[in-house]
Design a protein. Sequence first.
Length: 126
Amino acid sequence: MRPSTTTGELKPAEGLGTGKRAGDEKEFLSRIIEEVNERFGTDFTEGDKVFFAELETRLAGNETLSESAKTKTKEALKLVFAHIFEDQLHTMVESNFDIYKKIVENAEFGQFIKEKMFEEVYSKLK
């Protein structure tokens, strides 16, 4: 089989999104740790970013959430996100019980984390 010798036009791919750089991800996680420590008087460390990074990865990779983002409004997606957030959080209880406990037992803290995660995941899905 021979390659074609005709010329044509190569069109750029569409709909691939812009994505986020790894540095943006680290910056987001560092910012969450800093904001949480300031606002709630906690002492989470850079090492605790692993928990938040894993939670964010699971949420952003959730197929139901990803599909819902294609058809639902931002407000409707928040409702779907809330259920998936809770489900994912419960699967991570053993990876960092202290953070899990704080999110579950302190409603204000839990809501803060959920909102920050939603905004970050939403920006990746849209």
